[in-house]
Design a protein around this ligand. Structure first.
Ligand code: FES
Length: 121
């Protein structure tokens, strides 16, 4: 079996309603991950591109969060309506979907415009 060329990690973490950080899969059903898998299979590339469920990727305020490796392109606020574009433009076409990319200054930052300030900050 050939090696996977790309991995699409889809956060499926669920937290209770009202949690300050929110979560990427409020239903806990992982619909976004399932849709990536379905669409990859429809395009005949499930043998070379793997969509994996992921636990929290620590970008919750930007969620639902998806990251594509090996490029390490991080997407935020991904909806089911974005899945075709990510696959067609990025995975197949090599052009990441700029409008969904989480800004570098927001990734792993203690604070950013999207994260609530912690007491004392
Ligand atoms: S819950 Fe998805 S990144 Fe944290």
């Amino acid at each position: 079996m050939a090696k996977f060329e790309k991995h699409i990690f889809v956060c499926t973490n669920q937290r209770p309603d009202g949690h300050p950080r929110g979560c990427c899969s409020p239903s806990g059903e992982g619909e976004l991950h399932r849709l990536f898998k379905t669409k990859l299979a429809q395009r005949g590339i499930k043998g070379t591109v793997r969509a994996n469920k992921s636990g929290c990727l620590d970008q919750c305020e930007h969620g639902p969060t998806v990251v594509v490796y090996p490029e390490a392109v991080w997407y935020g606020h991904v909806t089911e309506a974005d899945v075709d574009e990510i696959i067609d433009s990025h995975i197949l076409g090599g052009k990441p979907v700029k409008r969904l990319i989480i800004a570098d200054e927001c990734l792993n930052a203690a604070t950013c415009p999207h994260k609530p300030r912690k007491p004392g900050q």
